[in-house]
Design a binder for this molecule. Sequence first.
Ligand SMILES: [Zn+2]
Length: 372
Amino acid sequence: MTGLALVDHHVHGILTGELDAAAIEYGLMESTAPPPPGTTAFDTQLGFAVRRWCAPVLDLEPLAPADDYVRRRLELGSTEAARRFLTAAAVDLWLIDTGYQTDAVTTPAEFVTLSGTRSLEVIRLESVAARLVQSGVTAAEYAGAVASAVHDAAASAVGFKTVAAYRGGLALDPARPAPAEVANAADRWLREIDAGAPARLKDQILIRHGIWAALDTGLPLQFHTGFGDTDSRLARSDPALLHDFLLASQPTGTPVMLLHCYPYHRQAAALANLFPHVYMDVGEALNHVGARSAAVLAEALELTPFHKMLYSSDAFGLPELHYLGAVGFRRDIATVTSAFVTDRLWSAADASRVADMIGSVNAQRVYKLGAS
Ligand SMILES: [Zn+2]
């Protein structure tokens, strides 16, 4: 399945400028703190996977030592490394989340130039709200202003993303907040900003207002779940906490995309099985678990209906991650499904059809990419 078509339905840009050795190593970590003295982030499943699979793209032997890898990457420079990895990924379409560290990473246009592959945009709801409160909107205007900004964004974006998991967790009150509640909450937030607080949305009523505004558009709504950085509380990122919200949102029919999910990928699989509007991926995890990635993919495929799983890399910062995600998924889906075929549990034709569904067909259908 080396030529398997892929739509990467959740991905970010790469860091701009020349990266030094520390920045390259930092790019392998979700932690915001440096590794303990005398250790390296290359001594992880992800670090080993970079040495195994990325080294040959830089003309090194597979499993080249980490120091040699970094030396060669610095010698080639960030632009040449990015060009090599992003083109070798051979992804057919990127759906780029433009709301995280926007000033530090490539724009979608720059990313398209480097990769030679087209992209579409996914809009982060909390960024829309933060922009509006800095633009002079009043508390009384806030609810309508968010709704119309989200509605307008839906004309060019293919989906929305929420980081509710990072801003209080996923045990959301499932109800759509009333207009008076939103106005009161907006008033509180505007006063905090006036008093010098950063425009960072964490009020639960306003987060829910954004989520319901996005559901109204009918475009897929992505939720960060599971493994993230230290800002996210892991136990509050379990997608199973969304159960009541999923019951409440089911009548809208708007697709809800559970991103990453690990180590709760089995919970996400159960939700995707139960709710007709719920989809999931194990992007990000497959890169980080390295040599165990086929096992994690197989676990996710225990209960997720095959029309409910999508491919993503969740790559951010280092183009190695965009490459590893793509080649790793093609390898893992072949490994997992060929074992079923060998055991005569699946036909070869079904294995190939399921790989196509997860690789690109499901994304084409759910994000309605045929019309874009
Ligand atoms: Zn992401």
